[in-house]
Design a binder for this molecule. Structure first.
Ligand code: NAD
Ligand code: MG
Length: 395
């Protein structure tokens, strides 16, 4: 039996992962399931799958979790230290699908056991790519991308030499505001931003798709994962979300990966790797799709992509700064303190402030330095949001 842990089990990716493993319960021994506030879901899954331990990141919900799992034989724990302890428990395959930079340390703890890390949490590589990739090499651990575009590239690269790759292209649905004029974007609400045309995902990544910060993170993720120079990484708008990524080789041949927009393909691919096994995902029906369309992204409406290019060119801890500023700006947008387009403005200003802070972005890639850059960027972004919202209310 393969020992499996899921960090972020109650979320969208976590639930899709559980959907797959619950179809073949005899094949897996579940070590740890972790979640946040959704104790009912966490407890139900831990009980059903017979997990060794269920952990909520919320200290204040320990007693609720204990009550929900009474008599089940599942151990319970709560809080950040318990989460890291659970992540470090020996397992053969760990799914890292906590949202945000909060997933970095648990993912790193899982990686340090030297087994397979199925990585949905793109922020891990955006914030600490060189550290993570070096740690994987040192421990003999395997990182399998779960982000659909990166799984697509990984699959398109099988049997190929990375040195023959001329470029990779990530596709982007364009999100909720694909066709909105720039003038309307400033007034877009969180509810409007949280609807996705093709994919069913957590709230935060859905809004990041609308701002294209999701694609910005993914370009950096691709750079770290595949070690490609930034000018070989591109993004194209593809509203149908059927082509997930394309790899172009030096001889002009391009290999594309296609499939229905269902994350259980990429999750299941990582689960069955290096083999393939049947998966319960819809099959591609090109005749029904009729047309596959593509267009260049509009950088005026979606400055996140320009920011991603600047961050990749800058290197160092700029990714950690960008991500933390983006997470803080997203919180402010969700709280209706700043408008939709103000998120990118805040991120740009925070990157400028971080640049002026001597030794911050150029600090060596240690966990401490990444966390320091993250904290600095969050504080700077909070200050920026406070002054932006003061300006807006005219005080
Ligand atoms: P989600 O919001 O649905 O779930 C997030 C999970 O993380 C939940 O289990 C939640 O309890 C947990 N969590 C949140 N904050 C936490 C904290 N501070 N400490 C510990 N646990 C915490 O998110 P999702 O859509 O499943 O996305 C998860 C990750 O996968 C993200 O990094 C996202 O970018 C990536 N991803 C998601 C999809 C998708 O289709 N949903 C696709 C590609 C990549
Ligand atoms: Mg993706």
């Amino acid at each position: 039996m393969r020992r499996i842990s899921i960090l972020g089990a109650t979320g969208s990716i976590g639930q899709s992962t559980i959907d797959l493993i619950a179809r073949d319960p005899g094949a897996y021994a579940v070590v740890a399931l972790t979640g946040g506030a959704n104790i009912t879901q966490l407890a139900a899954d831990a009980r059903r799958l017979g997990a060794q331990v269920a952990v909520t990141a919320r200290d204040d919900l320990l007693e609720d979790l204990r009550a929900a799992l009474a008599g089940s034989g599942v151990a319970v724990a709560a809080g950040r230290a318990a989460l890291l302890e659970a992540a470090a428990r020996p397992a053969d395959w760990v799914m890292s699908c906590i949202v945000g930079a909060a997933g970095l340390e648990p993912g790193l703890a899982a990686l340090q056991q030297g087994n397979v890390l199925a990585l949905a949490n793109k922020e891990t590589l955006v914030c600490a790519g060189p550290l993570i990739m070096a740690e994987a090499r040192a421990r003999g651990a395997t990182i399998l991308p779960v982000d659909s575009e990166h799984s697509a590239i990984f699959q398109a690269l099988l049997g190929e030499d990375i040195s023959s790759v001329e470029s990779v292209t990530l596709t982007a649905s364009g999100g909720a505001f694909r066709d909105w004029p720039l003038a309307d974007l400033a007034r877009a609400t969180p509810e409007q931003a949280a609807t996705h045309p093709n994919w069913d995902m957590g709230q935060r990544i859905t809004i990041d798709s609308a701002s294209m910060f999701n694609k910005a993170l993914e370009m950096i993720e691709a750079r770290e994962l595949f070690g490609l120079p930034p000018d070989r990484i591109d993004a194209v708008i593809h509203p149908e979300s059927l082509v997930h990524a394309l790899v172009t080789h030096v001889d002009g041949g391009t290999i594309a990966h296609l499939g229905a927009p269902d994350m259980r393909h990429a999750i299941g691919y990582a689960l069955n790797w290096p083999d393939r096994a049947p998966l319960p995902v819809p099959r591609l029906d090109l005749a029904a799709a009729g047309a596959l369309t593509f267009r260049a992204p509009d950088l005026a409406r979606f400055p996140a992509l320009r920011i991603a290019r600047a961050v990749m060119a800058r290197g160092g801890l700029a990714g950690a700064v960008m991500n933390a500023a983006k997470e803080t700006a997203l919180d402010a947008f969700l709280a209706r303190r700043i408008g939709f387009t103000a998120m990118a403005d805040t991120v740009s200003r925070v990157l400028d402030v971080a640049e002026a802070e001597s030794g911050l972005i150029d600090a060596p890639f240690s966990l401490d330095n990444v966390l320091r850059a993250d904290r600095f960027a969050r504080k700077t972004a909070r200050d920026d949001v406070a002054s932006a919202s003061r300006d807006n209310t005219g005080r």
